[in-house]
Structure formats: C-alpha cells, structure tokens
Design a protein around this ligand. Structure first.
Ligand SMILES: Nc1ncnc2c1ncn2[C@@H]1O[C@H](COP(=O)(O)OP(=O)(O)OP(=O)(O)O)[C@@H](O)[C@H]1O
Ligand SMILES: [Mg+2]
Length: 244
C-alpha cells in the first residue's frame, strides 16, 4: 500500500531519517516504535506529504508521492497528528464535519457515518456539541480518530494517539482501537513509545534508532530473534518499567 525506497530526510545538518526501504501492507497495522527523535513522526509526515524526502521516493498504491499527486493522495489518507490537532474554536461535531462539508459530501450520509463511528469508538453523543477544552483527553482522542475516519481513508496514520492518557483510559482505548481497525479492515500506520501497545496492536513492528530501522517483524520475531542488543534492551527496559 505504501512503499519507501531509499527514502532519507535531513534538516540541514540534522539527519532525521537515513536511507530507508520499508513497505506498509494493506489491511495490516504497522507500528513505528523507538526512542524520542528516532524519526517516527518524520516517516508519517513524509507519507502525508508535509515533508519532501531528501533522497529516494515514496509510493502510495503505486503512485509516486510528489507535489503534483499529493493533494489527490491525501484525500485517501486519514492523519491524526501527535497533539491531536483539533481546532479549539470549533465543537467536536464541527471539527469532524469541517472537511466533509468543505468537500460537499451529502449531509445525511456524513451524519450517519458520524453516528456509526461515535458508536464504534464509544464516544458519548453529548460530547459532540462540546469544544475540545471541555472534553477529557480520551474523548478528544476519539474525536480526532473519528475525524480522520470520516471519509473512509484507505490508510490511517496515527502519531502517538494514546500517549497523553492515564493508564486505564489508555488500556480501554487500545482495546477499542484494535476492534475498530479490525471491524473496518483498516490499513494503519501507528506511532507509539510503548512496546506493549506495539505488541497488542501491531501486525508488524518497525523498531527505529537514530534514523535507522534496527529491526522489522512481528513482536515474536523481535523478542525471540533480536537483530542486536538494542532490540532486547528496548523490550527488556519496558518490561522492567512494568514490574517496578
Ligand atoms: N523541522 C525540523 N527541523 C530540524 N530538525 C527536525 C525537524 N523535524 C524533526 N527534526 C529532527 O529530526 C529528528 C527526528 O524527528 P521526529 O519528529 O521524526 O522524531 P520522533 O521519533 O517522532 O520523536 P518523538 O518520539 O519525540 O515524537 C529529531 O532529531 C528532530 O529534532
Ligand atoms: Mg514524534
């Protein structure tokens, strides 16, 4: 579905991503994980075309992502940025319906899509008329997710969607996210810091360090056949956190 061929990105002297080959498969959830600054958000921004690669090229469903193609391709992607990205001066409903309305999508169809997604993500109906500051963190994440799913994107890109939540809410949302991805048969690229979350949600895990892929595979691959010491360290460090 999405293919990176020799894709790198630097900002002046700062290397965010070294030349990378990577494939994101259709109807699978691929998780990008690794320490802060390793290039996770950069990969999402390259896919959605907010950044241009320094070298190499990206393809979406066979089409090269470029300034000419990105506006069309972006309509086929749903993106939730690291901070959620809701407009503070719009209610949850207005946030969700902004783009569909702008694109002239039929009102009734969008309303029933919204109802379906609110039910699926267990967002209480009364929160739709509230402004983002009047919602809990978990509700805001649900609204961001619904907004990204409204136009039935072929790919859903999520940058640390659950990072700011308390552990109980986070655990609940993890369960719901997995159910939503499964129900919608959705292709997903998800960024997280948590190996437990990666193992729970990811069909494939891509572990990065300093702009390089250290290992890509299932959680069992990484656990049982770590490519190097960093992989085991990364998994074990998080285990120790859970125990202590
Ligand atoms: N616009 C920019 N200008 C300069 N450097 C940048 C820019 N955007 C990102 N970087 C640098 O590129 C590297 C990768 O950034 P990126 O945002 O992809 O990290 P990340 O893995 O998402 O980190 P985090 O887990 O903290 O969100 C970092 O060193 C960052 O400081
Ligand atoms: Mg990031």
């Amino acid at each position: 579905m999405i293919q990176l061929q020799g894709v790198s990105k630097h900002f002046g002297p700062v290397v965010a991503l070294n030349p990378t080959d990577l494939i994101f498969e259709e109807r699978k959830t691929t998780v990008l994980i690794g320490p802060s600054g390793c290039g996770k958000s950069t990969i999402l921004r390259l896919i959605i075309g907010l950044l241009e690669p320094s070298t190499g090229r990206l393809r979406f469903d066979g089409t090269v992502i470029s300034t000419e193609t990105i506006l069309q391709l972006r309509r086929r992607m749903g993106y939730v940025i690291q901070e959620g990205g809701l407009f503070p001066h719009l209610t949850a409903r207005q946030n969700i319906l902004l783009l569909p309305t702008h694109l002239g999508r039929p009102r009734e169809e969008m309303q029933s899509r919204l109802n379906e997604l609110a039910e699926l993500t267990r967002l209480p109906q009364d929160s739709l008329s509230r402004y983002p500051v009047e919602l809990s963190g978990g509700q805001r994440q649900r609204v961001s997710l619904i907004r990204a799913l409204m136009l039935k994107p072929e790919v859903l890109l999520l940058d640390e969607p659950l990072a700011a939540l308390d552990p109980m809410v986070r655990a609940n949302l993890q369960t719901e996210l997995r159910a939503v991805f499964h129900y919608l048969n959705q292709t997903v690229v998800l960024v997280t810091h948590s190996m437990a979350e990666a193992a729970y949600l990811g069909d494939k895990i891509v572990l990065l360090r300093q702009g390089n892929i250290v290992q890509a595979g299932t959680f069992a691959d990484l656990r049982d056949h770590p490519a190097d010491g960093f992989v085991s360290e990364f998994i074990n460090a998080q285990r120790r956190l859970v125990v202590s």
